[in-house]
Design a binder for this molecule. Structure first.
Ligand code: PGA
Length: 251
């Protein structure tokens, strides 16, 4: 059975007071789904708020993730955070390859692969984000772009064991309009089949989640698709009720 996941990517949003307020509303609403129904919920706050979020979610079954990590042990890397530091605060998941990191910070496939394996080496679970731009989709290049983003990761055996892939079409991120459920299903089933050519078992166990304007309204239709194993939620995850509505849609 594949694990169904809802991950909340808060990006560069929040403050101490906002996060406390969020949790005050969110935790009682989410409790039943996380504790009784065992639904996997991961909160991914800005790095500086990881300790606060971790403290607030203690003993709830909710997991904490990080938005970034530097693939080195320690040293003169101003502004970065290491895997050991994230582990000190019990982070279990780390985003890698998000289109905002690829575009704004020019992170390339090689660096992303380095981060991906570094996260795994430290016993955390990478959430590898991949996705095509609108121009690439319009030119019929979606599958080619996605496989190019996957291949550097696939250089090692068992690469997708204890990993998550998030399909996030760049054109749907922050757009207010998600991809259509049948479009998403088509891509997810392509990705699973592509990975299955290399390792059938890993492909069938790999959670492939969808991100890009996923919200409480479109979650029902998107998350019921057979190859969609949950969602990576940006703006809608900043509102407790919306996030809970999305968690309700995975089963
Ligand atoms: P969005 O962001 O839900 O605001 O589109 C998703 C993401 O970038 O992970």
């Amino acid at each position: 059975m594949r694990q169904k996941i809802v991950a909340a990517n808060w990006k560069m949003h929040g403050s101490i007071s906002k996060i406390k307020l969020f949790m005050k509303e969110f935790l009682p609403l989410a409790k039943f789904f996380v504790e009784e129904l065992n639904r996997q919920c991961i909160i991914i706050p800005p790095t500086i708020y990881i300790p606060l979020a971790q403290e607030l979610i203690a003993d709830t079954g909710i997991k904490i993730g990080a938005q970034n990590v530097y693939p080195g042990v320690q040293g003169a890397v101003t502004g970065e955070v290491s895997a050991d530091m994230l582990k000190d605060y019990n982070c279990q998941y780390v985003l890698v390859g998000h289109s905002e990191r690829r575009q704004i910070f020019k992170e390339d496939a090689k660096f992303i692969a380095q981060k991906f394996f570094h996260i795994k080496e430290y016993g955390m679970i990478p959430i590898l984000c991949i996705g095509e731009t609108w121009e690439e989709r319009s030119a019929g290049l979606t599958e080619e772009v996605l496989t190019k983003q996957l291949l550097p990761i696939m250089s090692e055996d068992n690469c997708f064991k204890n990993a998550v892939v998030a399909y996030e079409p760049v054109w749907a991120i922050g757009a207010g309009k998600a991809a259509q459920p049948d479009e998403v299903q088509a891509v997810h089933s392509f990705l699973r089949a592509f990975i299955a050519n290399f390792n059938y078992n890993e492909a069938s166990l790999l959670p492939i989640i969808y991100g890009g304007s996923l919200n409480e309204k479109n979650a029902v239709s998107l998350l019921q698709m057979p190859d969609v194993d949950g969602g990576l939620v940006g703006s809608a995850s900043l509102e407790p009720q919306k996030l809970v509505e999305i968690i309700k849609c995975i089963n």
